[in-house]
Design a protein around this ligand. Sequence first.
Ligand code: NAD
Length: 485
Amino acid sequence: MKAQPRASHFIDGAYVEDADGAAIDILYPATGETIARVHAATPAIMERALESARAAQADWAARRPVERGRILSRAAQILRERNRELSELETLDTGKPLQETLVADAASGAEALEYFAGLAPAITGETIPLGGDFAYTIREPLGVCVGIGAWNYPTQIACWKAAPALATGNAMVFKPSELTPLCTLRLAECLVEAGLPAGLFNVVQGAGAVGGALVSDPRVAKVSLTGSVPTGQKVYASAAEGIRGVTMELGGKSPLVIFDDADLEDAVGGALLGNFYSAGQVCTNGTRVFVQRGVLERFLDRAAARTEAMVMGDPMDEATHIGPVISAEQMEIVLGYIESGRAEGARLVTGGGRAEGFGAGFYVRPTIFADVADEMTIAREEIFGPVMSVLAFDDEDEVVARANALPYGLAAGVFTRDLARAHRMVARLQAGTCWINSYNLTPLEMPFGGAKLSGVGRENGHAAIEHYTQIKAVHVGMGPVDAPY
Ligand code: NAD
């Protein structure tokens, strides 16, 4: 099997196997062939992972932050040096085109490590004068954190969680998606090679049951999940039992609003990136594209023409724009939504079904629906595949109300040349991440996360530090203790 890892898990600085765990076959989505087999973590594996993380954390927290940062910077450098190899593995694991994995996965992971490596020494407390007495605060790590990933950006998700956690003195036990377990193991190798002490970043495999067991372990102080809303609800509820902190990066159905004064080619480009990148499997995708009526037909013509010119093919060919979706199951889900769009009266502009000529690969044609109404299933539910819904609108108040009508609030975008309107719109849109005249760019410096059902907490930027540390406040008495008894 061409991508078989040395073992299923990475614990306490080394690969570990336990074949008693249920076997999980890993398929290459472009062909359907089995490329690796891992085993789900048994209770014994989880115990080893949690215990080694617990044992390693205190020493790590006691080190100078510059020293932690230096190790993370070295890991970033190793990821960059191995970018091609890691990208090829990520492509095998996810089916995403190499054109994307070369720039968006290990590269983004390296940036996260660099960013938090640099930030770590700058994290300080404050001094609070109390007129003689005073108080000060210390930002302390939380302890053992659990990270749980989705299958669309395995390396990026692991790094976005591990980098701030480790930089601030925590240990992490990470469970990748059972569909994409491979690259996180390589990340663990790179971290150890960079000098990260054993036990601080452990990887265990498995599906929901393994994730659930980790979340409820009493040694765990915090859980960061990237996944769907229903999973988020379960994990959040379980974490609440132990009053554990959470970061929840969940799903969405984000609006992208295009006004008639927008640069149309830019707006089309934003809409295509925001619907078809990674074959549409991006949480922040602007899958409800609201287009002002005056430019609607021109938008549809250009969007269809540019979509039909996209190269769908072998993900390992760097010319390929669109690869398969992650699994046969996901392909069936997406095809079901395409059928529902047709059945509920949306107008198919382009695409509309499984792509032929790719054997057993899970390829879905990039699909655009026009005349989509707010009540249609494709306008209400997250599809997580290459399906764009275009909805017409007339004015600002109307589009804000419609954009905010769903219970999600992950992201939103606005294309317009009227900057006052752009900022006015952003102020009214209920979303954690907004783009003006761009879409889906997530630089490390910018906080990232959702509002409403789409999540709590933020990754990236200074904001992430708050989610991996807690404040200890210390009162210092400078005079005699004034006791009335
Ligand atoms: P999912 O919710 O099915 O699974 C996510 C992870 O949670 C997996 O590792 C899974 O094994 C684990 N899990 C499942 N049940 C669990 C439980 N009861 N306890 C603990 N862990 C459990 O999501 P997915 O299908 O892997 O990914 C797609 C979803 O992720 C989409 O909804 C997408 O929008 C979302 N997503 C969000 C972001 C973000 O940053 N907001 C990024 C990527 C993906």
